[in-house]
Design a binder for this molecule. Structure first.
Ligand code: FES
Length: 200
């Protein structure tokens, strides 16, 4: 195979944990089938992890591990979206999107989600690092805290349905990793190199 024909390195990712609908308090309540079709060809191109989200209904959430950190993927309900979009920027402690895909954007809800592949962007897909921006605990969710989304019990940080810091000591919004939909049902997380990651 010529260099031009070498496929981009890509892993069909594993779904490590799945939660149920709104109100499910902990990850791990169900395990989804694992599929691995890792491409092992050597390349300087960044790795991506492909995650099949075709089974996810509004109000469901999964957690995967990528580059050594948890990533929460939520398909938001209409209520989640409406709550986030009705919040003015002036009420946010952090007005930056903290979205690696839109580094200069503000924290408006429309800048906090991953758009679908060739579809109408209804703001359904929230993808955030599952790390509290105060001191790094794992926020509980979904449907927890004063904003019916996430709550970090370590020191009492509340996050809203867009993963934005709202109350308590968390200084910034939950980080959004590099990600995009590569087809209608596949979300790809993109390697950043910020965290240790063992290529196999
Ligand atoms: Fe989450 Fe302190 S680590 S509130």
């Amino acid at each position: 195979m010529s260099e031009q024909e070498t496929p981009s390195p890509r892993r069909r990712d594993f779904l490590f944990y799945a939660t149920g609908g709104a109100g499910a308090a902990a990850v791990g309540s169900g395990i989804w089938p694992l599929v691995n079709s890792m491409n092992t060809s050597a390349s300087a191109q960044p790795w991506t992890f492909d995650i099949d989200v075709s089974d996810m209904q509004p109000g469901t959430e999964i957690s995967v591990q990528f580059e050594g950190r948890p990533i929460f993927i939520r398909r938001r309900t209409a209520g989640d979206i409406a709550a986030a979009r009705s919040t003015p920027l002036s009420e946010l402690p952090d007005t930056h999107a903290r979205n690696a895909n839109r580094p200069e954007a503000d924290a408006s809800d429309s800048n906090r989600t991953i758009p679908p592949f060739n579809g109408e962007d209804r703001g359904e897909w929230l993808v955030v690092e599952g790390i509290c921006t105060h001191l790094g605990c794992a926020p509980l969710g979904d449907g927890m805290g004063d904003f019916n989304a996430r709550f970090c019990p370590c020191h009492g940080a509340h996050f809203d349905t867009a993963g934005r810091a709202r109350q308590g000591p968390a200084p910034t919004n939950m980080a959004i990793p590099r990600a995009e939909f590569v087809d209608a049902t596949t979300l790809a997380l993109k390697e950043t190199g910020r965290f240790s990651f063992q290529r196999q």
